[in-house]
Design a protein around this ligand. Structure first.
Ligand code: HEM
Length: 431
């Protein structure tokens, strides 16, 4: 397409191209690489039409610069109820009724995000580092004692990658960790791309019931945690409603209750980091030279975590937006009411920004410019927490288990090609 082609003609030309399905195919060759189609699209059709599972279509955006333009422009809505929002094939988020602020636009998004911003600020999170270290050391002690090591391997996902972020977010929110089997199981179903819709809806309802009951129980004794503070500072002042299931009349007044915060933070707070931990640990096991470099110079771990976030980009088929106005992006017209799927894994492998982008380089000078945490007003609220958890867990694993290696060939590791957050379902390791 010539750069001088008039806009109207360009849109029409694209309209007549049969849309290809959203590239989600399991990575071939290297299990860490995003779908191969992205690299070609960045060169030939950086904003292309794709078909979604229900037969609808959306724009797929693959270049780094365009991704930042779209995520930084509030004319692209995060509200799943806005006309044209590409919901098909999407999993995980809280339902459209009483949904979390990740699926809202300003001014409501701004008001609600502000209620919890200070809880996740760098200074607050850094103060948690010793506690995160303590939790990690304890889990590593248990791993050392585990018999599985000599009997087919210990599953690093269950032994460490999942419990660390899950324990930490439970502690911060004030959710009893004893219930982790329940909420981990339910969030797993919510994030699966293969379970039938009715099963996913049932899991969503069960998680909401559990959190409604929890918030109701906490009202008598709110406690010094995020949910407790939300009850005291926001629910009791009328900024948030009472648990929806118990008080549907008042629930109509304001759009969200404490349990909706809990659902968003609980889901976002453990599944994401857990998968980054297991993928990163596996990457370092397969790259002994890099692992040794990090053991020799532990201060490199901060930069290494940024590079691992860039390299893995675990949010595989989003974020998503709906255009609320006609917007021109890099000479391409996106009309009001059209959906957009932003391919973060593609942006993070864009050679025009990251030289030799398919190579993991833990000393890459601009790794922190990745878009793995998104960009713009919805940029990940929990990024400081995720960073500290990753630095602590990976640093501790390298120090305490220098001989750790996968207990099965890489082809036998069950990668999460069926989930909207990429990673490993299980990672058997030995040492
Ligand atoms: C490595 C781990 C993580 C990754 C890769 C990640 C990725 C992302 C991305 C890409 C977004 C933007 C979504 C959008 O633009 O629509 C986001 C938003 C968000 N994340 Fe994370 N996340 C991680 C960990 C966490 C943790 C630990 C929390 C803890 C609470 C968290 C809470 C949130 C919340 C609340 C939002 C919504 C922000 C808003 O809409 O204003 N995330 N995350």
């Amino acid at each position: 397409m010539s750069p001088t082609t008039p806009m109207s003609e360009m849109s029409e030309m694209t309209m007549f191209t049969a849309p290809a399905p959203l590239p989600v195919e399991p990575p071939s060759g290297c299990p860490f690489d995003p779908p191969a189609a992205f690299a070609a699209l960045r060169t030939t059709q950086p904003i292309s039409k794709i078909s979604l599972p229900d037969g609808s279509w959306a724009w797929l955006v693959t270049r780094y610069a365009d991704i930042r333009t779209i995520l930084g422009d509030t004319r692209f809505s995060s509200d799943t109820t806005v006309h044209g929002y590409p919901l098909s094939g999407m999993t995980g988020g809280p339902s459209t009724r009483n949904r979390g602020f990740i699926r809202m636009d300003p001014p409501e998004h701004t008001r609600l995000r502000r209620m919890v911003t200070r809880e996740f600020m760098v200074k607050r999170v850094e103060a948690l580092r010793p506690e995160i270290q303590r939790i990690t050391e304890e889990l590593c002690d248990a791993m050392e004692r585990a018999e599985g090591r000599t009997q087919g391997g210990v599953d690093l996902v269950q032994a460490l990658a999942l419990p660390v972020p899950s324990l930490v977010i439970s502690l911060l929110l004030g959710v009893p960790y004893e219930d982790h089997d329940l909420f981990q199981g339910l969030t797993g179903t919510l994030l699966s791309r293969t379970v039938p819709d009715d099963e996913r809806e049932a899991a969503r309802a069960e998680l909401r019931d559990y959190l409604d009951r929890l918030v109701t129980a906490k009202e008598a004794d709110p406690g010094d945690d995020i949910l407790g503070r939300l009850i005291v500072e926001q629910q009791r002042t009328g900024e948030l409603t009472l648990p929806q299931a118990l008080n549907s009349v008042r629930a109509e007044g304001t759009p969200i209750d404490v349990a909706a915060f809990a659902a968003l933070l609980l889901i976002a707070g453990h599944e994401t980091t857990a998968n980054m931990i297991s993928l990163s640990a596996l990457t370092l096991m397969r790259d002994p030279a890099t692992a040794e470099k990090l053991r020799q110079e532990p201060a490199l771990i901060r930069g290494a975590v940024e590079e691992l976030l860039r390299f893995h980009s675990i949010i595989r088929n989003g974020p998503r937006r709906a255009a609320t106005a006609d917007v021109e992006v890099d000479g391409h017209l996106i009309r009001a009411g059209e959906g957009v799927v932003v391919a973060v894994p593609s942006g993070n492998r864009d050679e025009s920004v990251f030289a030799d982008a398919d190579r993991l380089d833990v000393c890459r000078p601009n790794a922190q410019h990745h878009v793995a945490f998104g960009y713009g007003i919805h940029q990940c609220l929990g990024q400081a927490l995720a960073r500290v958890e990753l630095q602590v867990v990976l640093g501790t694993l390298l120090r305490r288990f220098p001989a750790m290696r996968p207990a099965v060939p890489v082809e036998e590791i069950p990668f999460r090609t069926d989930m909207s957050i990429y990673g490993c379902h299980a990672l058997p390791v030995t040492w």
